[in-house]
Design a protein around this ligand. Structure first.
Ligand SMILES: [Mg+2]
Length: 304
């Protein structure tokens, strides 16, 4: 069963629960964050985790693991054009993990909270019964809409909209587990600047965690469209080819749909037009290289 189906199943009684005092769900599951109404205020909420061996390689320093656990969540806040409010963290420790590493992990969470201006206000630390249990750091975040009140979702792209990305792509995750995924800066400032600069011309947005092919595909699917990427326009990171730029994932840049040209940069980060949304039919996501059109709908990495 797919993750999205499982979550939809868990959430199927939400409307009844709201009627008896639970939060009113303003945005159904399937976006980067949920949007709920609490005490009359709109609140964004999401949870995400990093697991040893899957989201970071053995030997990764504890402060980098802690930073990534929080930063992945902050990137989802950026995708909605939100502003971080606070986080809670739970940690599952291998029984054999030495005290100094546990302390380094806690210190890493404290430092990341400062960097991302997102206080960690609580959580839970448990230890696996087995020494070889994987280290798991799970973070839940709360956020509020930015100054304009606008929350940008994955749905809303129109035929003819430009597909644009911030920054460079393709060096998020290297085969040895290194890469920008351990040090990226979530694009909060860029997302807020895009809302300010583009206003109603900004139609849909997502953060690129699974690779542009997959994440642009999420925008296309949520909008009922297809999207064609021009391979020659991709802002490939040094050493990355077009396949890495659309397929590697863990770039944590923003991909967005807008009507008309975007600014050439936002908050000091370059913006590149890389494709165009079109009527559905044929490949959901394709990349044009010269005269060849490659169907990349199945490309990308589901990091979970
Ligand atoms: Mg996301």
């Amino acid at each position: 069963m797919r993750e999205s189906e499982l979550i939809a199943d868990i959430c199927k009684h939400n409307a009844e629960l709201a009627a008896c005092g639970g939060a009113e769900v303003l945005l159904a599951p399937g976006d980067d964050m949920a949007l709920v109404k609490l005490a009359g205020l709109r609140v964004l909420v999401a949870a995400d985790q990093v697991i040893a061996g899957r989201h970071f390689a053995a030997g990764t320093p504890m402060d980098q693991i802690a930073r990534k656990a929080l930063a992945r969540n902050i990137s989802d806040i950026a995708a909605m054009a939100g502003v971080p409010a606070c986080a809670v963290a739970t940690v599952a420790l291998p029984a054999a993990m030495p005290d100094h590493e546990v302390r380094a992990l806690a210190e890493g969470l404290r430092a990341a909270a400062l960097v991302f201006q997102c206080p960690v206000v609580g959580g839970d630390i448990g230890t696996h019964a087995a020494a070889d249990g994987a280290l798991v750091v799970s973070v839940s975040v709360l956020a509020e809409p930015g100054p304009t009140g606008r929350v940008v979702t994955r749905a809303g792209a129109c035929v003819g909209d430009l597909l644009c990305v911030t920054g460079t792509l393709g060096d998020g995750w290297r085969s040895d587990g290194s890469g920008r995924h351990l040090s990226f800066t979530p694009r909060i400032a860029e997302a807020l600047a895009l809302v300010e600069a583009l206003g109603d011309r900004l139609h849909a947005m997502i953060d690129i965690s699974d690779g542009l092919a997959r994440d642009a595909g999420h925008l296309a699917t949520a909008s009922g469209l297809a999207v064609r990427i021009d391979g020659a326009q991709l802002p490939c990171a040094a050493g990355a080819g077009w396949q890495a730029a659309v397929g590697t994932g863990e770039d944590y840049e923003l991909a967005f749909a807008c009507a008309g040209q975007p600014p050439s940069s936002v908050a000091g980060t370059p913006v590149t037009v890389v494709g165009r949304f079109q009527e559905p039919g044929g490949a959901r996501v394709s990349v044009c290289i010269g005269t060849e059109e490659h169907d990349v709908s199945a490309l990308g990495w589901e990091h979970g």
